[in-house]
Design a protein. Structure first.
Length: 271
């Protein structure tokens, strides 16, 4: 099972979900680009602790991890696309991710989001390199395409024009080994999630249905966010708001986006 640690105060909902302790505020990197945030000394220090906590070999315990390559945008299925809004892209950017490598070769994905004047900040670290690996695989399979994830079933795809191709076993089960058309894919996700969009009876009643997450504990940043942010983070919403939400609701929106990304975590099956 993928190990994920929330590392910023704005992701306290995810921390509560996983039972992990959040570090002190300001303990993670920040910068004017995702790459500067993930290579900041504070981020590398946090990565060292992350790898050690995750069972690093004694010989590599004191070795500093490195960042391998550039950060990539990570997109997830868009509720506007599911709703059939004209011109809506199939997916939206939720965060950026870069691959960190420990001295013994283990990998982790470092997630960053932009928080207004504060710049790009690290909000999560997850074992493995799914985000960058699927970005590379998507570029190989369909050059110029858009790689995205359908978080409700933990499936990765690449899309260009009218074509949608699967990148992992979950996606192949959903659309077949040869992929599908964009129109057929929209029909499938609309049938699956069309009645669960924000504002739906499903969302208002808080019926998680396998997609929702626990509410933030009282007193956390997410719990004290504005009403707009709280609505975005509500249980039962399979399409939580991304980090581009209004500044007043940014804390809850980021927490909700990360929680939605984790909602269906299970033992990973390699493509």
């Amino acid at each position: 099972m993928r190990r994920i640690r929330a590392v910023a105060a704005g992701a306290l909902t995810t921390v509560a979900l996983l039972g992990l302790a959040a570090p002190r505020a300001g303990a993670t990197g920040a910068g004017d680009t995702p790459d500067r945030a993930v290579t900041a000394p504070a981020t590398l220090d946090t990565l060292s602790r992350f790898f050690a906590r995750d069972g690093a070999a004694a010989a590599a315990r004191d070795a500093r991890p490195r960042i391998d390559g550039r950060a990539v945008p990570v997109r997830v299925l868009s509720p506007d696309f599911v709703a059939g809004k004209a011109g809506a892209p199939v997916a939206r950017v939720v965060f950026h991710a870069a691959t960190a490598v420990a001295a013994d070769g283990r990998k982790a994905s470092v997630w960053t989001v932009r928080r207004g004047a504060a710049g790009w900040q690290v909000v999560n670290i997850a074992t493995g390199d799914d985000e960058v690996r699927y970005a590379v695989e998507g570029a190989r399979r369909l050059p110029g395409g858009t790689v995205f994830r359908e978080p409700q079933i933990d499936a990765w795809y690449v899309h260009r024009g009218t074509q949608v191709l699967p990148l992992d076993a979950d996606a192949r089960r959903a659309v077949g080994a040869d992929g599908t058309t964009l129109a057929a894919y929209r029909h499938r996700v609309r049938a699956a999630y069309g009645d669960k969009l924000p504002g739906s009876v499903y969302a208002k009643e808080g019926r998680a249905g396998g997609y929702g997450t626990p509410a933030a504990p009282p007193g956390t940043a997410a719990a004290s966010a504005t009403a707009a942010g709280a609505a975005a983070a509500a249980p039962g919403n399979p399409f939580p708001a991304g980090p581009a939400a209004a500044a007043a609701a940014a804390t809850a929106a980021v927490a909700a986006a990360l929680a939605g990304f984790l909602a269906r975590r299970r033992h990973r099956r390699r493509a």
